[in-house]
Design a protein around this ligand. Structure first.
Ligand code: SAM
Ligand code: SF4
Ligand code: SF4
Length: 373
């Protein structure tokens, strides 16, 4: 049998090797970008692979058996991820979310969770450490993740109806297994669990109220996400977006809800609670209500590229620095410089009808499974 060919370098997205400034001051934790936004939230993609083929993220026609996923040597190691995370914490990051692809497919992920759980803020506090998963293997892994120090978990689930769910994940995966994963996470103490439902008009919007009914009163927070135009492969069309305002209207008509204040600045979800005390839901209006003005999120791709916006078309190659013999102080200074120059606000520009400007005309946008949600 022929040996498997492993590409030496993956050039799928343009990445710049960051400038390492000379004599930069150490991080203060108070850095702001060009629009004055702090750096608080780091999303780390630990794999570009997934066992689902959700059409809005990894459509089967593109991500088939011929698709070249990243070779193992391209991936940041757990040590490299933890080192980078420590430098981001020095710059003010307080929340780390592991994502993917499907993060639970990364071997020994609980080891990474354990390493990240040991990081401390300059004030000596642990980080808010969480993970987003499709839930497919959660029933098996929930307890080990909790034991390793994971605090909370978000599970993506687009429908309760088994046939609709199987069609949406396009891997014929049954809904019962994801629900069992949510139960296991609850028992392991990974709550309050958030469940994310991407709403596609005409595909699963009839599942909005059944999903709300199912999770009402369970302590699990259901959040409805507007279907976004991320990447370049999902064939996004505005007429398949159901605006959050309409989602709220549909829930309201059956189960009375009222708006509540956000927990923290920069929170993406608008919160609503059931009037009868049955808990809360959220809506994330990435398309109809841009929240770029307080976006404090950075994203680290599976192969160590730093992306400053979900809609960016180029990253900054931190792996080159991590593997290039640079000191922590040098890499921290490079990250600081990148963040200070950040002026991304794609969703706001899209709303203003200037998306082409924000999307860096002509360049291919990064895919969601590669940088995570
Ligand atoms: N595989 C994991 C999962 O599905 O939870 C983690 C990675 S996935 C890319 C992260 C989140 O992005 C999921 O909640 C998914 O539903 C969401 N997502 C992916 N493509 C999207 C799109 N086009 N619009 C809105 N949300 C999307
Ligand atoms: Fe996989 Fe998550 Fe993308 Fe679905 S949304 S294809 S589960 S990475
Ligand atoms: Fe943040 Fe970019 Fe999304 Fe705006 S479009 S909220 S800057 S990730």
């Amino acid at each position: 049998m022929a040996d498997k060919v492993i590409p030496l370098a993956d050039q799928r997205y343009v990445a710049r090797v960051p400038i390492v400034p000379l004599n930069a001051a150490p991080p203060t934790g108070l850095i702001g970008d060009a629009l004055g936004r702090p750096l608080r939230d780091l999303r780390i993609s630990v794999t570009d692979r997934c066992n689902f083929r959700c059409s809005y993220c990894m459509p089967k026609e593109v991500f088939d058996k011929n698709y070249n996923f990243l070779p193992h040597a391209s991936l940041l190691s757990f040590e490299e991820i933890t080192r980078a995370a420590r430098l981001f914490v020095a710059h003010g990051v307080r929340k780390i979310r592991l994502t993917g692809g499907e993060p639970l497919l990364r071997k020994n992920l609980e080891v990474l969770v354990g390493m990240l759980a040991e990081l401390r803020t300059p004030e000596g506090e642990p980080l808010d450490l969480t993970l987003t998963t499709n839930g497919s293997v959660l029933a098996r892994k929930a307890q080990a993740l909790k034991d390793a120090g994971l605090q909370r978990i978000t599970v993506s689930l687009d429908a309760l109806d088994d046939a609709v769910f199987r069609r949406m994940n396009d891997a014929d995966f049954p809904v019962a297994d994801v629900l069992a994963g949510i139960d296991a996470a609850q028992r392991a103490g990974l709550g309050p669990i958030k469940v994310n439902m991407v709403v596609k008009r005409g595909t699963n919007d009839h599942q909005i109220v059944p999903m709300a009914r199912h999770f009402k009163g369970t302590g699990t927070i259901l959040r409805f996400i507007e279907y976004m135009d991320v990447g370049a492969t999902n064939g996004w069309r505005m007429d398949e977006v159901l605006a959050s305002a309409q989602v709220v209207e549909r829930v309201q008509a059956e189960l009375p809800i009222e708006a509540i204040a956000p927990n923290v600045l920069g929170e993406t979800a608008e919160r609503w609670r059931y009037v009868d005390g049955g808990g809360e839901i959220g809506v994330i209006s990435s398309v109809t209500q841009a929240f770029c003005h307080d976006c404090n999120r950075a994203r680290l791709s599976t192969e160590g590229k730093l992306f400053l916006c979900l809609f960016a078309s180029h990253g900054h190659d931190l792996r080159a620095l991590l593997r290039g013999g640079h000191t922590d102080a040098q890499i921290a200074a490079a990250i600081g410089l990148i963040w200070q120059q950040r002026n991304d606000r794609y969703s706001e520009l899209r709303s203003a009808g200037q998306a082409a400007v924000g999307a860096e005309s002509g360049a291919r946008r990064v895919e969601m499974h590669y940088i995570g949600g």
